[in-house]
Design a protein around this ligand. Structure first.
Ligand code: GDP
Ligand code: GDP
Length: 457
């Protein structure tokens, strides 16, 4: 069953831009005004709502305007800081009709230094009224504005699109332990690493997936009678390795398929994709005898595109006569057919004889660790400056591209936003240069990295 896609968003902005209006729209009628008890001043209001399949917890910082005086800045910082730190994404609202004000600029400069990704929302854009203000929005250095009319409900689809990159991967229950207090990068990493690793075993029919699964879980469990099926699947689902929790994804489906005798059974692409999306790390099982056919490559690409960690298990290694030759063949094929897989751990195993299964699991946990990696913004930008100096961005139309700033917007997988004057014009070779450098400097081999190019001056 699909898990809800949940996001906490904080609505930020100077007074009168439409924060409350947007809050009410996102929160839905029944929860519109959360607490209006006289005498109770709330720092912020929060409510749950839905937007096109996304479950939102919306935090409104509209209470700020009470302090629209000398102490504005201090209050703004304190309260907004708390709201934003709790949020996955901040929605920074400006009034496109009124245009950008000094307070907007001040706010934007401050928001850009924070860790939480910010989506710039240009409100009051119904009809064409907001057009001029929309252009001004770019100067805030927060990327493309999302034009919206909170009052008329226009532009909500664009808002959904802007929020989508920040949605967590489909993860059923294991996010519930989410800490209340804001965490620094290290603490967040430690928390993520303590969450169960959701591991999927995928591959073509007959490569040895069920054998691997059974070996991992231990013979005796496999031998229990069919009436114990439920229990067995429960054991399979929750499990541990060197005292660390592992959850095997879609074990039941795997067992079911394994019983199907039809060896011509085509691997349903949609099915694999579903499993891949539920997983954090995917073990792609290959048969040492028939390494890397088209279907294997398709699965590997899917895993990488979905931003999951990948480990390749070359199974039936016990039956390989010429191992050196087999290894050479494998690495040649990987190199030519799947260059994006460079550095991906490739472990030769025997599921049947239970050889190297510990190496395989250690590799899976190492990929998981990297997948959870968070790099502090200051470190990233120090590194970025060095990269820009040793190899400046190219000229485009005679003008030097300006790359200003970089931040990691999320982990699982590590996702970075790069701010530039003309993001669409950054050539791919330059992005590749940065990504390769990032992998090398911060020791992030073989884990999917996402790179968002954003406009920002
Ligand atoms: P807040 O102070 O940021 O919470 O702003 P409010 O939500 O109270 O809105 C301030 C004013 O802007 C109100 O008069 C709203 O009716 C108006 N407003 C909010 N959204 C829109 C919109 O999309 N279009 C227009 N034209 N007015 C809006
Ligand atoms: P699945 O369809 O991917 O689940 O594959 P199975 O686990 O059903 O295995 C298919 C066949 O390969 C079975 O006959 C297994 O005994 C055999 N097999 C699985 N793992 C190994 C292995 O490590 N070495 C050898 N020699 N055979 C294996």
């Amino acid at each position: 069953m699909a898990s809800p896609r949940r996001l906490t968003v904080a609505i930020i902005g100077r007074p009168n831009v439409g924060k409350s209006t947007l809050f009410n729209r996102l929160a839905g009628k029944k929860l519109a005004i959360v607490d209006d008890t006289p005498g109770v001043t709330r720092d912020w209001r929060s409510a749950d709502g839905h937007l096109a399949g996304i479950e939102l917890t919306v935090v409104d910082t509209a209470g700020l305007e009470e302090a629209f005086d000398d102490s504005l800045e201090a209050r703004m910082r304190r309260q907004t800081e708390r709201a934003i730190e709790r949020a996955d994404v901040g929605l920074f609202i400006v009034d496109a009709r009124a245009g950008i004000t000094p307070l907007d600029r001040h706010f934007a400069a401050w928001l850009r230094k924070g860790k939480t990704p910010i989506i710039l929302v240009a409100n009051k854009c119904e009809g064409n009224a907001g057009k001029p203000g929309l252009m001004e929005c770019y100067e805030l250095g927060l990327g493309d504005p999302v034009p919206l009319s909170a009052e008329h409900g226009e532009g909500m689809a664009d808002l959904v699109e802007a929020l989508t990159p920040y949605l967590p991967p489909d993860e059923p229950e294991d996010e519930e332990a989410e800490a209340e207090e804001p965490l620094d990068d290290e603490a967040a990493e430690a928390r993520d690493n303590a969450k169960p690793l959701q591991l999927a075993i995928v591959g073509r029919p007959n490569v040895g997936k069920s054998t691997l699964l059974n070996s991992l879980l231990g013979e005796e469990r496999v031998l229990t009678g069919p009436e114990a099926g439920m229990t067995r699947d429960a054991i399979a689902a929750e499990w541990s390795w060197r005292d660390r929790p592992v959850k095997l994804v879609d074990t039941a489906g795997l067992r079911r398929r394994a019983r199907v005798e039809d060896k011509l059974e085509k691997l349903a692409v949609a099915d694999t994709l579903r499993v891949v999306r539920m997983a954090h790390v995917v073990v792609l099982v290959l048969d040492a005898d028939a390494i890397l056919d088209k279907q294997d490559l398709t699965i590997a690409r899917q895993v990488i595109e979905e931003g999951r960690g990948l480990v390749i298990a070359v199974n039936k290694w016990d039956a390989v006569a010429n191992r050196a030759e087999a290894l050479q063949q494998l690495s040649d094929r990987l190199e030519t057919s799947l260059p994006q897989a460079r550095g991906i751990p490739t472990i030769t195993i025997s599921a049947l004889k239970q050889q190297k299964l510990d190496v395989l699991l250690d590799a899976a946990f190492e990929v998981y660790r990297l997948w959870n990696r968070r790099i502090p913004t200051a470190q990233l930008n120090r590194w970025l400056q060095g990269m820009l100096e040793s190899h400046p961005p190219p000229l485009v139309d005679g003008r030097r591209l300006k790359i200003r700033y970089m931040t990691q917007v999320k982990a699982r997988p590590p996702t970075f936003a790069l701010f530039s004057s003309r993001p669409v014009e950054i050539p791919e070779h330059y992005t590749r240069y940065l990504i390769n450098g990032l992998r090398e400097t911060f020791k992030l081999p073989a884990v999917p990295l996402r790179f968002l190019l954003r406009k920002g001056s």
